[in-house]
Write a protein that binds this ligand. Structure first.
Ligand code: AMP
Length: 551
């Protein structure tokens, strides 16, 4: 048709081409697995991504074939993001915190042909690779590789790149071509693959960079703590080159001290991660009496951000918390907690409460809440129902699964229960399977946890529904004390008085050494239910998965 815009495909290679041309000297700083700091630029990353694409050609990896990574956040991983997807192959980021058997299952299910690994994971790969017959080779992200370490060829990344000129033209193809693959955490049953396209990834990147979204610009220094194997580090490895921001990639150093050092030495302005990581960081800065000199914002998502954590970041350290909600199935960005201009006049506490919610949808995501019969629920801010979403970066069907598409009339059912208020602010009340069903009333386990987390001596907490002879289920709280503190269960329960309705107070609080965490840093509630789920009827478990602590 005459007069239409150019039909130019949205491709991931376009991001690195843009960064190379417009931000060639912008830095990418990484902490390597060896512990040293490595500095490079977008121009060098672009050149090496092209060398990598040539190496994939030479190794005979066809377009559309899967190339897996088992790596921390680092510059070579960033090169893989561009070299693999940009050349038309599919980047499959594996989570190294999974059990070897689960990893082998995923590698086979995805039919991965090559596997790029950080040296840290070589022992893991020794256990996994013999069970993955279709893997052609493993590539060590290092200068050299020990020759006979594996029963299949083990190549060295730098040797592969050194053999190529970098004189390579990124191919052009349909933007609906697959670009990358990520498996869900799979707390029940086998993990499920979510296949992203170039189009979905690019649209998601535009949305993530927006001011009311993650708000990223060329003046930012972005440190994604969220791993590049957890839903593409929430899109930040694409956002950085798109906006020309400096990137700081923390490698394996995710403890509070290592992170704090990088924040300060590299002038980080924006970060992103799950609440468990921020607990470690806050514990470090609290203990050492440190302040942040450049950090302005941090994105918290992956699980609910406890309001007490938000208050500490903002009141004690002047770091704004941007609460965001998302899922592997939705690339992952769904909602972000940013205010509207009409909220400027609200009292500070009302603004805080609004921003403590999971927030408003970013353009591109449409949401609704439905009752168990599938009927849409009004946006009154108090009635909760299952959250459903749809849009161009939301899954339509799981990868290579024979089961029918998970959509309901075109909507993806998230498995999360939520309320939405009249202004469109969504609040997750619970994972539907984690809600405590007490005598026909529902108690949000997140609400119960947030009260415990507001106790000054509590580091983390998890609430489960335990079987109860009269009420079907009652809340039981497991809590971990802050270092050097030992609040009693009685003190914790007393903290609920006046903060929630009486019937929402847990029947029991139990001090534990630690909470069991899954591969992406979330509390494994099914494990807690296995251990403590019959606590109220049978008494203490004989062999607790999470040792109780005597207080
Ligand atoms: P994953 O696909 O592993 O990232 O897990 C997605 C799930 O994490 C969502 O369905 C939610 O249950 C949970 N989640 C993510 N972000 C939040 C948040 N800000 N608040 C509460 N739950 C969240």
């Amino acid at each position: 048709m005459l007069g239409l815009m150019q039909d130019h495909p949205l491709l991931i290679s376009g991001l690195i081409v843009h960064a190379e041309r417009h931000h060639p000297t912008q830095e990418v700083v990484s902490r390597r697995v060896e512990g040293d700091i490595h500095r490079t630029t977008y121009a060098a990353i672009a050149h090496r991504s092209r060398q990598l694409a040539q190496a994939l050609d030479r190794l005979g990896i066809a377009a559309g074939e899967r190339v897996a990574t088992l790596a921390w956040n680092g510059y070579r991983h960033l090169e893989l993001y561009y070299g693999v997807s940009g050349s038309g192959r599919v980047l499959h980021t594996l989570n190294p915190r999974l059990h070897p058997e689960q990893l082998a299952w995923i590698i086979n299910h995805a039919d991965d042909r090559l596997l790029f690994v950080d040296a840290t994971f070589l022992p893991l790969i020794k256990a996994v690779a013999p069970h993955c017959p279709q893997l052609k080779a493993v590539v060590l992200l290092a200068d050299a590789a020990p020759g006979d370490a594996l029963p299949l060829p083990l190549l060295a990344y730098e040797t592969l790149l050194a053999a190529e000129s970098g004189d390579y033209r990124w191919p052009s193809f349909d933007e609906r071509t697959a670009s990358s693959l990520c498996y869900t955490s799979g707390t029940t049953g086998n993990p499920k693959g979510v296949l992203y396209s170039h189009r979905s990834s690019l649209l998601h990147t535009f949305a993530a960079a927006l001011p009311d979204s993650l708000s990223c610009s060329a003046r930012d220094v972005i440190l994604p703590v969220v791993p590049m194997f957890h839903v593409n580090a929430w899109g930040l490895p694409y956002v950085g080159p798109m906006v020309g921001a400096k990137m700081v990639l923390p490698g394996p150093g995710l403890d509070g001290k290592s992170l704090y050092e990088l924040f300060e030495s590299e002038g980080v302005t924006l970060s992103a991660g799950v609440p468990t990581v921020w607990q470690g960081l806050l514990a470090h800065v609290d203990a050492e009496g440190k302040k942040f000199s450049t950090m302005r914002r941090t994105v918290v998502g992956g699980s609910a951000c406890p309001p007490a954590m938000k208050a500490r970041f903002e009141n004690d350290y002047g770091v704004e918390v941007v609460h965001a909600w998302g899922m592997t199935e939705i690339s992952p960005l769904g909602t972000v907690s940013s205010l509207k201009s009409s909220h400027a006049q609200l009292p500070a506490s009302a603004r805080f409460d609004l921003q403590a919610k999971q927030g408003r949808v970013v353009f591109g995501v449409d949401m609704r809440i439905v009752d168990p019969q599938g009927k849409e629920i009004a946006w009154d801010g108090s009635t909760s129902g299952e959250l459903q979403v749809r849009g161009p970066w939301i899954v339509s069907q799981y990868f290579r699964l024979d089961a029918p598409a998970p959509l309901v009339d075109g909507w993806f059912p998230t498995g999360d229960a939520a309320t939405i208020d009249a202004e469109g602010y969504m609040q997750i009340t619970d994972r539907i399977k984690d809600v405590v069903k007490s005598g026909g009333e529902w108690i949000s386990s997140i609400d119960v946890e947030n009260v415990a987390m507001s106790h000054p001596d509590v580091a983390s907490a998890a609430c489960i529904g335990a079987v109860h002879p009269k009420w079907d289920e009652r809340p039981v709280l497991l809590y971990v004390a802050k270092a050097g503190k030992s609040p009693t269960p009685e003190a914790i329960l007393a903290h609920y008085e006046g903060r929630v309705a009486k019937w929402q107070i847990p029947d029991m609080a139990i001090a534990v050494e630690a909470l069991p965490l899954g591969a992406t840093g979330k509390v494994l509630k099914n494990k807690l239910r296995d251990t403590y789920g019959r606590f109220l009827v049978d008494g203490a478990p004989t062999n607790p998965a999470t040792p109780a602590r005597s207080t």
